[in-house]
Design a protein around this ligand. Sequence first.
Ligand code: ZN
Length: 359
Amino acid sequence: MAKQPPTNADLADLLAQEAEGQSRILGRAYRRAARSAFLWPETVADILARRGSLLELHGVGPFIARKLTDWVNKPPPLRAQLPPIQRDFLTMADARALLAKKTDWTKRLRGDLQMHTVWSDGSGTVAEMAEAALERAYEYIAITDHSKGLKIAGGINEAQVRQQGREIERANKAIAKKGGGLTVLRSLEMNLNPRGEGDMAAADLSALDIVLGSFHSALRVKDDQTKRYVAALRNPSIQILGHPRGRIYNYRLGLKADWPRVFAEAAKLDKAVEVDCYPDRQDLNLSLLKIARREGVRISLGTDAHHPWQLEFITLGLAAALKAKIPAERIINFLPLGELKMWVASLRQRSNKRKTSES
Ligand SMILES: [Zn+2]
């Protein structure tokens, strides 16, 4: 019997293994290609079968293209089990194939709730991200640049957030003038410290349409982090907890927690947990999404796009949510804009009430 050709996920693992023991430059190229395998739109086997070029794939040069071709033509043995740091990642090729059969699911999507611009570490302007969102016929997008505490990613301060707000207002006016149906939301990916505290003034945060909070530090600690998640969820300024685990394919495993408890707390507070759809993050991943579904928590989908073309990463989040059987009404990106805003308003009202009852 002929051996099945390796899938893109198999090829990612072969590339990751090949990186070991190589020179620094070659090792980096293999690792980059391994991560990129999750965003290739078609399987390498299919591309070769139709005599297409692998050089069009992200992260693939002539040397790696030759390796991939050899592996497809003469499949090497695969590891029985992937190391945890590489487990539970969907490939774009599989996600696309799955969603092609479920077009009504994709049609429910109204927007993308995490993306970066030139204001922090993205490469597109607000107008360019909006243009890409209009092409996808979105109803809304949230511009979530990094906040000032994350210096390495060009985080912005309160004054810059206000300045960006004026730019977003101008972008919205220009879109409306052309008859476009898109609203650009003012947002922020606020940096949270391991105590769940943010780095921005509360008054500036409440002026935004929606606020995401994410951890970017102490992501390699090994002990249980339930406490930090509960504290973050209780932070009155945030509505969505971004890339909860902090994992990255073949680089960082991410944090440990009592996930049923974390999601139950989020559900109790009516806050959302994110699927960061970036191919090498996919955080939350499928197995945690299944726990999230059982706890009834709201889910937010965000591409974490740093370039306009990366809005297509949403496919990975849509596929993961579908596979995990998340009910459509739990996905906040499926809400019409008015309802999304009402949800944010209700959370803010709740936290205000709590403040007055405590004082
Ligand atoms: Zn982040």
